[in-house]
Write a protein that binds this ligand. Structure first.
Ligand code: ZN
Ligand code: FE
Length: 256
């Protein structure tokens, strides 16, 4: 039986995500923006929380951890080792190359410094699922708060190399604003125009635009397309180093 996933809104524009292994009943919350929506989601699904997989230390990703711990005895909190000082009291600290299990679902830890220095994402290769936190968004990426843009770019390259069919769950619903920026720097991209039309319909109906896939991001996300001749031409950077194109894009988006 394939892994079950339940996504729901939290706070202003965060998403909560529950990942359940039907074989064992084990259920993980990917981050915990706030406790109440997670508890309601557990109620609705009838799933029992066994794990919380934390991607990074920001409040809008760990704000609900303490209350969930109190409400769900025995829950295991997994957090990045590099953020040990800022995410205290986790049961397990993980780093690059380690594997976490939620029931029978195996998730590989991938370190993606940039947005924060300790950020990790969780990749379930057998299920082709990626929980990307604030590293990769639909048509965008996180701000490089705690590392140079080049470091974030190296992190994103790891995600871009995952199989294109990989479904990607992200920390926020930023898709429409990201897409508007994407069109401004990659105006001739037909896949991007098509996607923006679809996204407008989804948002008009109040639907989430996530998950996305690695393949769709490779086709439409300017931050993964720094080698594209059309995008480079639009930026007047035809021969620049890819890392510099990325840093320039990140800078433009910060000011957008
Ligand atoms: Zn964040
Ligand atoms: Fe966030």
């Amino acid at each position: 039986m394939p892994a079950q996933i339940h996504q729901f809104p939290c706070l202003q524009d965060n998403y909560g995500v529950l990942l359940q292994d039907p074989a064992t009943g084990a259920t993980a919350s990917i981050d915990a923006p706030e406790a109440d929506p997670v508890l309601r989601a557990l109620d609705q699904t009838g799933w029992r929380l066994t794990d919380i997989l934390v991607t990074h230390h920001h409040k809008d990703h760990i704000g609900g951890v303490a209350q969930l711990r109190a409400a769900c005895p025995g829950v295991r909190v997994v957090a990045p080792l590099a953020d040990k000082a800022r995410i205290e009291g986790a049961d397990l600290y993980v780093r690059e190359g380690e594997r976490v299990r939620v029931g029978a679902i195996a998730l590989d830890v991938i370190e993606t410094p940039g947005h924060t220095s300790g950020h990790v994402v969780y990749h379930a290769p057998e299920e082709a699922l990626l929980f990307a936190g604030d590293t990769l968004f639909a048509m965008g990426c996180g701000r490089a708060f705690e590392a140079p843009a080049q470091v974030l770019w190296a992190s994103l390259r790891k995600l871009a190399a995952l199989p294109p069919e990989t479904r990607v769950w992200c920390g926020h619903e930023y898709t429409q604003a990201n897409g508007r920026f994407a069109l401004s720097v990659d105006p001739a991209n037909p896949a991007l125009k098509t996607r923006m039309g679809e996204v407008a319909h989804m948002r008009a109906r109040g639907e989430p635009t996530l998950p996305t896939t690695i393949g769709l991001e490779l086709a439409t996300n300017p931050f993964l397309r720094v080698d594209d001749p059309g995008l480079r031409a639009a930026l007047a950077m035809p021969d620049a180093d890819p890392a510099d194109v990325f840093a320039h894009l990140r800078e433009l988006k910060n000011r957008a």
